[in-house]
Design a protein around this ligand. Sequence first.
Ligand code: HEM
Length: 392
Amino acid sequence: MAAKTVDEILEHLDVFDPDQRENFVDALAEARTRCPVLHTESDGGYYLVTKYADVRTVCEHPETYSSANPAVKGALPVRLIPLDADPPEHRGFRQLLNPYFSRSFLMRYEADMRKIAQDAIAKFIDRGEFEAVSEFAIPFSAGSLARIVLVTDDQDLVDRGVAAVKRTAVESTPETFGAVAMIAMEAMAEAEANAAGREDVLAAIVTAEIDGAPLTPEQRLGIITTLFLGGLDTTRGMLVNIAYHLAARPDIEARLVQPDWWRGELDEFLRYEPTVSFMARTVTQDTVLGGVELKAGDRVVPHFFSANRDEERFEHAHELDLDRTGNPHAAFGLGVHRCLGLNFARIQLAIAFEELLRVATNFRVKPGTDIPRQMGVPLNSPESLHLQFDRR
Ligand code: HEM
């Protein structure tokens, strides 16, 4: 495996090629000045949109840039609602889901989430070291997601749900998603039988009507799949990214013990290394973007990571500056598809570090360990991260 140079990358850019990872961020910087809307033949051919203003244009004009096929590669056999819906259909789905993802609604699950974090930490606290992805980020984010989505009193179903979601977090294949979908259908059948008086997202999905009609089984499954797909790697990746900086920079711990860090510093972590680095759109009518003529049917990929590093929008964009104020980053997207789970992500990340830093301090990377990094939707997020710490 040889790291490709910036010029090689710009010639045949491929957002999934591991050989492009090492110099990919530099290649994006070069693209922003040389060819901000860059064409590549990869994955059937698409235009990569690298500048903040152009990413905003794409995301804010769903009538010209449709989300009907939002994956750059490997479309799933199910719909991805609301991610793959355009207005006006999109609006009904968001109206249904938004109330269950408000901060005040999600705080009902705070005690459960703290318990999930504490249980994960209890397993490694006496050892003075842990592997942050498998021992903390995955059990915590998969457990929290299963807790708010698979709401049921059937403990066996919850346990199976958490196990299936964890497997998906480790390995995203049609099989692992199929297993989650089976459990989601079981949970929905249970919710349908006991929906009276229940106030949770699953009960809402099975009882909801949009324009006077209940959701079809395909729509229900499409929503559940998107919640799992959208909620797993994303939060897990951010947790690990932040854990890395906590170990790498001595000034970070003092920041993360401040009760309000998730309102300020967290946005800078999100800007600097967002874990959804891109998503796809399809052009619906001929148009011009960044001086490049686009035809109906062309594929366009707004790159959120690149937008967040655009010096025209963010001063010293290549620095993680925790004192940055006014931070309109694109980590959660822009426009109508802005992340449904952003409050959930913030709450989880706040709880994760509160619980961790309550019992542990002085984090450092375990000597002699490698930090392999991801290439793909999460860009540069550690695949594994061995940390050591002192007990408080
Ligand atoms: C730090 C963590 C997260 C990041 C960085 C993130 C990022 C994003 C981004 C960039 C989009 C916009 C995609 C587009 O424009 O095509 C998005 C949409 C979405 N996210 Fe997140 N997300 C995170 C956490 C979550 C969580 C925890 C959930 C939920 C359970 C979630 C559910 C969704 C859904 C359902 C959408 C589609 C919204 C729509 O189409 O209206 N996300 N997310």
